[in-house]
Ligand binder design. Structure first.
Ligand SMILES: NC(=O)c1ccc[n+]([C@@H]2O[C@H](COP(=O)([O-])OP(=O)(O)OC[C@H]3O[C@@H](n4cnc5c(N)ncnc54)[C@H](O)[C@@H]3O)[C@@H](O)[C@H]2O)c1
Length: 284
């Protein structure tokens, strides 16, 4: 079985930066690649903020922060990031064509032994793997946001994913201190069959004038004991990501996933949530 020493993370956004952080904290050498330097810098800012919070809470020392940061190399160079990686975890936007294009490039650039994982929320692992000539080495590793805090990772085998690839992925999940669970390669897997439906329904409640976003969030926290309301969570996740997932599930699974017009309107206006400073709510 291959030994993973270096992990390349593609995308330094909400998920990519979190995955790079936990991988470095587990002692892996990490390359974090995005399209432009400013996105890589933004990724580092998120990592530093997250590590800073952990330090304030007494969970890690300054020495551990320095060590983790020293293991992460930010880059915009695709070849430099992935050519000597043992595992690549892709965390670019939720778009099948983009992901297939990236996986084709990975297949051509990575070493023969390299395992290629995708953090997709909903898309077919088998379809993504079809862009490569190593479908047995392609797997879904679906982390949850915020990655440093959430303990579960959903592992999804594509049609051809080998036992060895699954075992390597399980080993990485273990080493970063999380737990895996398995789901079939079906649109949305297990977790994202449920959550987008709930968030979409919350948008319909507001769209129909039944309650305000503030009151829906308050109700879910006070009456359902949710740690975050659906709108707080939607802004945290990214409304663009939620819309992409809903559109895919609507097309592939059932009419019940039809995205609410209010959600489409906000995404159309560029209000993606916290990452753009405005979503359902405004952020300073
Ligand atoms: N946000 C969540 O809560 C969440 C949870 C689980 C899974 N996911 C999935 O993770 C993936 C990433 O989501 P996110 O929320 O981090 O998105 P994001 O918009 O925060 O980040 C995506 C990043 O990818 C970069 N990018 C685009 N093309 C690239 C390329 N070719 N190479 C390298 N970087 C590239 C973008 O510049 C951006 O910085 C999506 O597939 C999403 O469905 C998201």
């Amino acid at each position: 079985m291959i030994e993973v020493r270096k992990i390349a993370v593609l995308g330094a956004g909400i998920m990519g930066s979190g995955i790079a952080q936990v991988a470095a904290q587990a002692g892996y050498e990490v390359a974090m690649r995005d399209m432009e330097h400013r996105f890589v810098e933004k990724g580092f800012d998120s990592i530093k903020e997250s590590l800073g919070k952990m330090q304030k809470g007494g969970k890690i020392t300054q020495e551990q922060i320095n060590e983790a940061l020293s293991l992460i190399k930010g880059t915009v160079d695709f070849g430099e990031a992935v050519s000597d990686a043992d595992l690549v975890i892709e965390a670019i936007p939720e778009n099948l064509d983009m992901k297939k294009q990236i996986f084709k490039g990975l297949d051509e650039t990575c070493s023969e032994h390299t395992i290629l994982a995708t953090n997709t929320s909903s898309l077919s692992i088998t379809a993504i793997a079809s862009a490569t000539k190593r479908s047995e080495k392609v797997i879904g590793m679906h982390f949850s946001n915020p990655v440093p805090v959430m303990m579960g990772v959903e592992l999804i085998r594509g049609r051809d994913t080998s036992d060895e690839t699954l075992e390597v992925a399980k080993g990485v999940v273990r080493r970063i201190g999380k737990e895996h669970f398995l789901a079939l390669d079906f649109p949305g897997f297990a977790g994202n069959r449920l959550l987008p439906l709930f968030i979409n329904e919350a948008f319909y409640v507001v769209w129909q004038g039944i309650a305000t976003p503030e009151d829906v969030d308050k109700m879910c926290k006070l009456m359902l004991r949710h740690p975050m309301g659906p709108f707080e969570l939607a802004d945290f996740t990214g409304l663009d990501t939620i819309l992409s997932v809903l559109e895919y599930l609507h097309k592939e699974v059932d009419e019940k996933y039809r995205p609410c017009p209010l959600l489409k309107q906000l995404v159309g206006a560029g209000h993606y949530g916290r990452k753009t400073g405005r979503g359902v709510f405004k952020y300073s």
